[in-house]
Unconditional design. Structure first.
Length: 149
């Protein structure tokens, strides 16, 4: 996402957003934030019809990955940014709890399997299959298909 888009999302000006990022550059490694090349910036300006003399963007924007967008919320002090940071922390805590529960269930299943004889092997195997995450199937290519003649 562009810095201006994240600034709008977090309820701050683009200038304030970029100043906060600049003050905290160590929190934004290259896999969190990067700049556009000169050619990419020119393409972006043409795409948005940005004026070079009356308003618009003249400096190349910072671009943020999903990790950078989350980190940006932690360096800003707007109400929305604070809410986003709290939401992310709660989501990670919940994920950790879910993983711990899953590990406990797998351990208990292994203990039960050792207690019972081979007749229950099919049942244990079925339970293990249910515990595995579903495999996402490819839905094919997106876009239009040329009609066959």
């Amino acid at each position: 996402m562009l810095d201006s888009d994240l600034a709008e999302l977090y309820g701050v000006s683009t200038g304030a957003f970029n100043r906060a990022v600049k003050r905290n550059l160590k929190r934004f490694p290259p896999d969190f934030m990067f700049g556009l090349s000169k050619q990419e910036f020119e393409n972006l300006k043409c795409q948005f019809g940005t004026s070079s003399s009356w308003g618009g963007r003249r400096k190349s924007p910072n671009v943020f990955t999903e990790h950078g967008a989350i980190m940006a919320a932690s360096v800003l002090n707007s109400q929305r940014a604070i809410e986003a940071s709290v939401f992310v922390v709660r989501a990670f805590v919940r994920l950790r709890e879910m993983l711990a529960t899953h590990k406990d269930l797998a351990r208990k299943l292994a203990e039960l399997e050792h207690k019972y004889d081979k007749n229950f092997a099919v049942v244990f195997e079925a339970i293990r299959e249910l515990m595995e995450p579903p495999i996402e199937e490819s839905k094919g290519k997106l876009g239009f298909r040329k009609p066959r003649s």
